[in-house]
Design a protein around this ligand. Structure first.
Ligand code: ARG
Ligand code: ZN
Length: 418
């Protein structure tokens, strides 16, 4: 039986999407073109089959398939849009990312280090969902007194949505939520969130009281269907995989599906768009599961950290409107500290700011929702590496340092909670 909900088990005979000689462009002065009613991103996406990687107030990163390069170029020239080519062959980036992982992990002693958790988990490469879930189960097994593993829901393709809770404290203590993998192709995000889990648990007994005193909720992969699809079929897939009632396009952008400013700017009503908001707020299983789980635990929920890529930024609400939260100066200060510590540790430059100023206005985000609906104070979206050289296709050799940067934000926020 084809087309039923269990087909994913067989890994449907879908032909992998290739990006041979697809170019990655950075286009500047988008807002000026917008003023002349040329929605550059939308035109390139719909007319030239472009795949938007990043859109902010300064530029647009988009990949264009080989066949469309000429026509898309002509369009940009006609509108005098200043364009820089970031990469001439997206497929070779994807191939090299894969090859590097294979070379790093297939041989050599010490690779399968049994150190902290006795696991086969490592941060020399990206992992499939089952490996990540296996790692979560191992932690639960190794720390039965403080770790609890929840299945908070299921995806349309039948995969579990898993959250790990770490707590020494019976109840009523301050809580922190961390998620990754809302967007499928941002592989560095689940890698970073699993690394945070590792940092916590590999020396839990030695952690300072501001870390041990917290109750941690950790969800490394909020979008498992999308994540697996990006690993097996389309490396640049962003959304989940839920079917639309209106046409053949699949997937909702989960970070446009939360019930805050849902029908406003920055998302699409078109199911074929990469920023499709869904047919209603929290229409998606993933959104519903997280929202319900957290609504029950909102008491003393002090922080909501959500990891994305790319851009190297630490941003805080609001995103759905051009207003700062009341305590923005506190959030800015903590973000500044995190950014300074990152610079000291790895040398990377991150930017701390309010979201709408650097990423533009967009409704339906989980970050805004956690502040508006749950009243969480320390709400941050962390855009990990890099700044566009590789974008989503970040080579595995950068995982460890990038994950350390993600951990640094987490540590700094935990300290701020106190
Ligand atoms: N790259 C993320 C996205 O586009 C940024 C999220 C910022 N927050 C927001 N609510 N838009 O979803
Ligand atoms: Zn993202």
């Amino acid at each position: 039986a084809m087309n039923n909900a269990t087909d994913f088990m067989l890994d449907v005979n879908e032909i992998p999407q290739r990006y041979d000689e697809a170019q990655l462009w950075r286009i500047y002065n988008i807002s000026e073109a917008m003023q002349q009613r040329v929605p550059v991103g939308q035109v390139l996406e719909q007319k030239f089959g472009g795949n938007i990687w990043k859109e902010n107030s300064k530029f647009l990163d988009i990949s264009i398939q080989k066949e469309q390069v000429k026509a898309a170029r002509a369009f940009l020239e006609a509108h005098r849009l200043d364009t820089q080519v970031l990469n001439y062959n997206v497929q070779s980036m994807i191939d090299e990312e894969l090859l590097e992982g294979v070379m790093k992990t297939s041989s050599g002693p010490g690779v399968r280090s049994k150190k902290a958790t006795g696991s086969t988990m490592h941060w020399k490469d990206y992992h499939d969902l089952e490996t990540i879930y296996g790692f979560m189960r191992e932690i639960r097994t190794k720390f039965p007194n403080i770790a609890r593993l929840y299945t908070i829901g299921k995806t349309v393709e039948g995969r579990d949505l898993k959250v790990l809770r770490i707590s020494e404290n019976p109840r009523e203590y301050k809580k922190i939520w961390i998620d990754g993998g809302i967007h499928a192709r941002e592989w560095i995000s689940p890698a970073t969130v699993t690394f945070i889990l590792y940092q916590l648990m590999s020396n839990w007994e030695d952690q300072p009281s501001h870390i041990r005193g917290l109750t941690w909720y950790i969800m490394p992969v909020m979008n498992p269907d999308g994540y697996e699809y990006s690993r097996t079929v389309n490396r640049l897939w962003r959304k989940n995989r839920s079917p639309s009632r209106r046409n053949n396009c699949l997937g909702v952008d989960l970070n446009r599906n939360f019930d805050i400013g849902w029908s406003g700017y920055g998302s699409s009503t078109n199911p074929c768009s990469d920023t499709y908001r869904g047919n209603a707020p929290a229409s998606e299983e993933e959104t519903k599961a997280v929202a319900e789980f957290l609504a029950k635990r909102k008491y003393n929920l002090e922080a909501y950290l959500t990891y994305h890529s790319y851009g190297q930024m630490v941003v805080y609400p609001w995103a759905y409107k051009a207003v700062k939260v009341k305590d923005a100066s506190v959030l800015q200060r903590v973000a500044n500290t995190a950014v300074q510590r990152i610079a000291q540790k790895t040398g990377s430059t991150y930017r701390a700011s309010v979201t709408h100023e650097v990423l533009g206005i967009a409704g339906g985000g989980s970050d805004d929702w956690s502040r508006a609906a749950l009243g969480v104070k320390y709400v941050y979206t962390i855009e990990l590496r890099d700044r566009g050289a590789f974008g989503f296709v970040l080579p595995p050799r950068y995982i460890k340092d990038t994950a350390l940067e993600g951990w640094t934000v987490c540590e700094t926020v935990a300290q701020a909670i106190g």
